[in-house]
Design a protein around this ligand. Sequence first.
Ligand code: NAD
Length: 289
Amino acid sequence: MARVAIIGLGNMGGGMAANLAKAGHTVRAFDLSEDALIRAEAAGCTRGTSAPDAAQDAEAVVTMLPAGTHVASVYDELYAVLAPDTLLIDCSTIDVATARRVAEAAAAKGFVAVDAPVSGGIAAAAAGTLTFMVGGTDAGFDRAKPLLDDMGKAVIRAGGNGAGQAAKMCNNMLLGATMIATCEAFVMAQKLGLDPQAFYDIASVSSGQSWSTTSYCPVPGVGPTTPADNDYKGGFATALMLKDLRLAMAAAADANAATPMGSRAAELYEAFAAEGNGAVDFSGIIRTL
Ligand code: NAD
């Protein structure tokens, strides 16, 4: 069992901290929010008074923060206090360029850093069933994997530093585009006189099948229980999908990759969010069709 610091105890980090403590690690936690710290203490963590205070004796530091700027500034605060050879594991969804830059800066100071963004939402963070996509060296991956195993159901190496974030961008761009295509197909099927259940039964075992249809059907009352059955509340907020699509578009521009479907998905989610739907589940975009 390891001494682990976790910084960022929000919707995702709170559940992850609880699972690290449950697995028997000594977990010291920090967040800017007092409520988050109280929840982490109740889950078996001790509280740090600052990010450096939480991290100073740690063998590994897990960050689960909103964006790249937060990760870079927290890492800058930590370098003065980290024990030699501390492993830095950033699980936040951030841009590929920042992920590579912070890993290089960490390596220059003698620390090993990996990017390990997640798939799976708040429920998976709480249940310890996240999927981690990891970018880093072989040694970094081997050290991070046992800790990530305690918070997830799958830990997959994507490649070198930044590759985890690249995989996350590509996956969520695919998800955004297939969700909109799924919504379009169900609305069109209905307008052509098809029963949504009949179309679900056919599409879920035919070549149009996707996760957006079979696991996250945007039509209420069809397929497994999803946010569509709860008035599009809960689930994966449109604001977070939009954040990921913006990151994907920035990565595509950097890589000179043509992404006409991803670009269109980003535009449609921009418009949906601008109409006051940022907190609505991303499958709620069906209502605009
Ligand atoms: P959140 O806003 O609920 O939590 C972020 C936490 O970071 C907050 O509690 C905030 O107080 C804390 N924080 C910000 N700056 C800090 C600092 N300098 N020091 C310490 N704490 C600080 O966000 P979340 O939903 O938990 O998401 C975290 C990351 O996970 C994001 O990058 C997000 O894109 C990604 N993600 C979220 C989901 C999801 O469904 N929510 C799914 C996959 C990935």
